[in-house]
Design a protein around this ligand. Structure first.
Ligand code: NI
Length: 173
């Protein structure tokens, strides 16, 4: 298991529609394990494959924040939202590819997601609260969409400029 480098916005790989995963291979299992380790280390509650430069439909998440509770890692391959509630919920969202920037985003409060597990079986589950928000945020990543795409153009440009500056500073060392 190894930590992967998280891409920082703006990066063309974060704007791409990702390809479905044909089947669970050892490479996919390794990718999922690496992504979970990278997410926990960051720390974050979700991480999608394009964020580590792999344009495949896969993400990991664990929205449990109670340190007393066992980790609840979820790996979702080819995830699909099959139902969304009419009720909405707003969360102050952030993203590991857009560090230290946040925006209030409104999304369906509950969703049902169908996905392929690492066990090769189809799973289905309903999520609410932060889990529902996170699942939608991560599935957006697989379609090249970032949370800042929901913000006003002005706010999005402001955040993007900050990220360009951050990347320039990082490159300069
Ligand atoms: Ni994100």
């Amino acid at each position: 298991m190894s930590l992967r480098n998280i891409l920082i916005h703006p990066d063309p790989r974060l704007k791409k529609t990702c390809d479905p995963v044909a089947r669970i291979t050892p490479e996919i299992e390794t990718l999922a394990a690496d992504m979970l380790a990278t997410m926990y280390e960051a720390p974050g509650v979700g991480l999608a494959a394009p964020q580590v430069g792999v344009l495949s439909r896969l993400f990991v998440m664990d929205c449990n924040k109670d340190p007393e509770v066992e980790p609840q890692p979820l790996v979702m391959v080819n995830p699909r939202i099959t139902w969304s509630s009419e009720g909405l919920n707003s969360y102050e969202e952030g993203c590991l590819s857009i560090p230290d920037q946040y925006g209030e985003i409104t999304r369906p409060a509950e969703v049902r997601v169908e996905w392929l597990g690492l066990d090769g079986k189809t799973h289905q589950r309903e999520f609410d609260g932060l889990w529902a928000t996170c699942a939608q945020h991560e599935i957006d990543h697989l379609d090249g969409k970032l949370f800042i795409d929901y913000l006003s153009p002005l706010k999005r440009q402001m955040i993007t400029r900050r990220m360009v500056k951050l990347k320039r500073e990082k490159a300069a060392g």
